[in-house]
Write a protein that binds this ligand. Structure first.
Ligand code: ADP
Ligand code: MG
Length: 464
């Protein structure tokens, strides 16, 4: 079932579906593509009746899960579309004639696909995004370890470290790297059995297997693979029986010297509600974290995406503007670029700065709110062990003047404030002083690796 659900596309016009599509986008943004495909993507949108949004679910399980885990956020999303909305109603979709409606959702499929390896490969590969490859992954300081480790696993047959545990915030490339591993392994050795699964789906399939008393097939599926990748394991925290099964599977695989790759939005030790022994074993292999992006990486990613788009030309200044202003995560960054490109194509005009600002107003504001000159000043003073008042003072001693220039430079880079505004916030200095500081730091940064490091770390601190 597609984004809009089969039913809706028959009953409503595209116009009426726009709010639903936006709700789906927000859901995807907040919970990720995997959660979307497993849950919201299964729903049909029927429309709004008075103050109630009417949705349909293919199974009771999906309906209950969404009620329990996502209903409040969904209501918020709908409320933003239509202030009259008070509640959601999720009905079960009409049963299909063959009477298997209750079993047609995700779990039954892969389990039965166990019949042959070929069928399984086909079933699993459908979950892999063809765009997520090593070639399309842009490497920077913040993700180089994760990238190198992923590459290593994809390219060698020995088990170098087991498991590989990748962690980092939302939208920083964890899923991308996992898919890249799968593609590369499949390319090098098509006979290898690779299973990629979100932890949510793992759990979902496990519960379904229990329900259909088919745990044998479930175990066989997950314990007879060469490479198992489980995405977003924070989802199985506090789910005792699934955790238990996951741990057994994991142990069995590691003991067989099969490679396991795991991701989470936090480090093993920060995973709450997961048993100590699991955490400690997860930490046995290699733990690699992906840090928030820095400006260079964001620009690199945008350049690579813009190059792939053949029909539209994106001016360098627009790419730089986006890299500077959309700092939250790569998913949002990509979304911003796509929006500008789509708009330009739609209206048939070349992309300009004005158009970009216009189209992305809301996004830019959301990202802006995050960082103020005040925060930058505090962070820089802290970093260099100065008092804030000292840093903003008139003193010209180098150990004070340099951090002050750094703070001005970062204020220019990381906020949308103008030079005169920045000057005012730095004890009423002139805009030429700010400009001088920005140039000075830009120059120094090129040859002074210590300073470059300081700046990278500070940006990371501030944007993270
Ligand atoms: P996560 O799983 O960490 O939440 P994803 O892997 O889904 O993040 O990444 C979100 C989006 O950003 C994807 O479209 C992905 O291709 C893109 N992305 C993230 N990091 C990079 C990178 N270093 N180079 C290219 N694209 C990236
Ligand atoms: Mg992910």
């Amino acid at each position: 079932m597609g984004a809009s659900g089969g039913v809706a596309s028959e009953l409503s016009s595209d116009f009426e579906l726009a709010p639903w599509h936006r709700v789906c986008d927000k859901f995807r943004n907040e919970f990720g593509q995997d959660a979307y495909s497993t849950w919201l993507g299964q729903l049909g949108y029927e429309g709004v009746d008075g103050s109630t949004v009417e949705l349909t679910a293919p199974t009771k399980f999906v309906r209950d899960w969404i009620q329990r885990h996502y209903a409040p956020r969904l209501r918020d999303f709908f409320l933003a579309e239509n202030p009259r909305i008070k509640s959601l109603s999720i009905r079960l979709a009409a049963r299909r004639l063959d009477g298997v409606a209750d079993r047609m959702s995700a779990p039954a499929k892969p389990v039965s696909a166990m019949a042959s390896t070929a069928a399984q490969a086909a079933a699993e590969s459908s979950a892999l995004d063809p765009k997520y490859t090593f070639d399309s992954f842009v490497v920077g300081k913040s993700n180089e370890l994760a990238y190198a480790a992923a590459k290593r696993i994809a390219e060698t047959d020995e088990v170098a470290f087991n498991p590989l545990f990748l962690h980092g915030g939302v939208g920083l490339g964890k899923t991308h790297l996992m898919h890249a591993i799968a593609w590369e392994v499949r390319r090098r050795n098509p006979a290898k059995r690779v299973v990629y699964v979100s932890a949510e789906k793992f759990m979902f399939e496990f519960i379904a297997a229990l329900r259909f008393k088919d745990t044998h097939a479930f175990k066989k599926k997950f314990r007879t693979v060469d490479l198992l990748m489980v995405d977003d394991v924070q989802f199985i925290a506090n789910k005792d029986s699934t955790q238990e099964e996951f741990f057994h599977t994991f142990n069995a695989l590691v003991d067989n010297r099969c490679q396991v790759v795991i991701t989470a939005d936090r480090s093993p030790t920060d995973l709450e509600g997961i048993e100590e022994r699991i955490i400690s074993r997860l930490g046995w292999g290699l733990v690699a974290d992906i840090h928030p992006t820095d400006y260079e990486l964001r620009l690199g990613i945008l350049q690579s995406k813009a190059e792939q788009a053949e029909s539209v030309i994106v001016p360098a200044e627009v790419l730089e503007f986006l890299a500077r202003r959309i700092t939250s995560n790569v998913r949002e960054l990509e979304g911003a670029l796509n929006r500008v490109m789509a708009y330009a194509t739609l209206v048939g005009r070349p992309i300009t700065m004005d158009m970009t600002r216009d189209v992305l107003q809301d996004l830019i504001r959301a990202n802006d709110r995050k960082l103020t000159i005040d925060e930058i000043q505090r962070a820089v003073a802290d970093y260099f062990n100065l008092r804030l008042s000292e840093m903003l003072s008139e003193r010209r001693a180098r150990n004070i003047a340099r951090p002050r220039q750094v703070a001005m430079y970062l204020s220019k880079q990381l906020t949308s404030r103008s030079l005169p505004e920045i000057g005012r916030r730095f004890g009423g200095r002139d805009h030429t002083t700010v400009m001088h500081a920005v140039r000075k730091i830009e120059d120094l940064r090129r040859d002074d690796s210590q300073l470059d490091d300081d700046l990278t770390r500070l940006s990371r601190l501030l944007e993270g």
